[in-house]
Design a protein around this ligand. Structure first.
Ligand SMILES: NC(=O)c1ccc[n+]([C@@H]2O[C@H](COP(=O)([O-])OP(=O)(O)OC[C@H]3O[C@@H](n4cnc5c(N)ncnc54)[C@H](O)[C@@H]3O)[C@@H](O)[C@H]2O)c1
Length: 367
């Protein structure tokens, strides 16, 4: 049996509890420690898992011999915590979004490269079996030419998220997935954002994106809907795929007017009419489990992680463009580099300002 890898989790809130549970369920991983400043959260973790708990994550990094760490703290702290983990030479998975700002995201990528320490971002939807099946069906050409992609991510207001708005928190999922499944760049975007309940940030987004392969993307994202919706539909000349992230269902609504056959690239489609609805058989699995298994595998083999820091940075950059377009009331043209120089800094040459070592740890940091 392969050597057990020792995992740590920083942040024992809503999502951190899931990271801890998933690591504790893996045969080839030992969840050894969890850090969070809130004692109650640590007590809950200690009740559920045989772990050492720390109120100061830096002390955890100093005392534990960790092989990998999940960083599951509020977005505003991603940079500071991930920087310290990388500086401790521990492979890091930071939850999405990569960081609160582009500068911070760039600095983390550069730091990982400079130190030769693996750094990845938790873009969990890439590991959703329905999305994996959708991507492979599209790659086979099942829809022929793609016209439009609609992404809906709606739900109730999460009072605990105060540091960022819905565009940074949720739209980054869809921006990453749209880029992942189209493999295309956005050249123009229009965004309407609004703030209805949140005290500081936007809580709704309606956006239209045009990709350089002519696909149009529509994003409908908010924290104002009493029921949770997580869906993506892809419309093309041969029909429409609908994937539900929650149920992991994938359905193809065929265009009966499209010529039958498997040579999808050759047959011209002259009309649209309702055809069969085909439900795909999906082997349902927990996306977080898939994501963390991929991270563990990358750490074990030294191969690159499936989600690169640059992928996380691109999603954040595009989310910021949507906020900017929304604030300025309109449409924004992006050049080939997504409206900013790409990569935005020389990622091989980190800004020295960000390469700082951890501050000394308070002696009483251990809980
Ligand atoms: N991938 C997903 O689908 C998904 C879902 C939810 C949240 N998230 C991401 O996970 C992160 C956390 O979100 P959440 O919903 O769990 O938030 P949360 O508020 O429930 O939990 C955050 C936890 O971090 C702790 N914390 C704060 N500062 C810390 C520090 N310096 N050291 C250690 N712990 C610290 C807090 O005490 C809290 O327990 C966010 O970045 C969010 O975007 C991702």
């Amino acid at each position: 049996m392969a050597k057990l890898l020792r995992a740590g989790v920083i942040g024992a809130g809503n999502m951190g509890q899931n990271h801890a549970r998933v690591y504790s369920e893996m045969d080839d991983v030992e969840l050894v420690a969890v850090a969070d400043p809130v004692q109650e959260s640590l007590n809950r973790m200690a009740q559920r898992h045989r772990v050492r708990t720390y109120s100061n994550y830096r002390l955890m990094l100093e005392r534990e011999q960790l092989d990998l760490v999940s960083i599951v703290v509020p977005t505003q702290y991603h940079f500071a915590v991930a920087r310290d983990v990388l500086c401790a030479h521990v492979p890091a998975l930071v939850e999405k979004p990569i960081a609160a700002t582009m500068e911070e995201g760039c600095a983390l990528i550069a730091l990982g490269k400079q130190l030769g320490v693996m750094f990845t971002v938790g873009h969990i939807e890439r590991f959703n079996p329905a999305i994996i099946a959708l991507k492979s069906q599209l790659a086979l050409g099942m829809l022929g030419r793609i016209y439009q992609i609609h992404a809906s991510r709606l739900g109730p207001f999460p009072a605990r998220i105060t540091d960022v708005g819905v565009v940074i928190d949720l739209a980054t999922h869809d921006l990453d997935i749209l880029h992942y499944i189209t493999d295309a760049n956005i050249v123009r975007l229009h965004a309407e954002v609004g703030r209805r309940l949140h005290t500081a940030h936007e809580d709704m987004l309606s956006a239209i994106l045009r990709f350089d392969n002519d696909v149009v993307g529509v994003l409908d994202i908010n924290w104002l809907t009493p029921t949770k919706v997580r869906e993506i539909s892809v419309i093309g000349e041969r029909g429409m795929f609908v994937a539900n992230y929650i149920t992991q269902d994938l359905t193809l609504f065929e265009n009966e007017a499209a010529p039958q056959g498997t040579d999808y690239h050759q047959l011209a489609v002259m009309g649209v009419s309702e055809g069969r609805a085909i439900r795909f058989k999906i082997n349902k699995r927990e996306p977080l489990r898939e994501e963390l298994e991929a991270f563990v595998m990358a750490v074990r083999t030294g191969n690159p992680p499936p989600v690169r820091g640059e992928d996380g940075l691109l999603a954040l950059a595009l989310a910021q463009k949507l906020i900017e377009a929304g604030a300025n009331g309109g449409t924004m043209l992006l050049d080939q580099g997504h409206g900013f120089e790409w990569p935005p800094v020389d990622l091989a040459q980190p800004s020295p300002a960000y390469v700082v070592q951890s501050a000394p740890v308070a002696a009483n940091g251990h809980s």
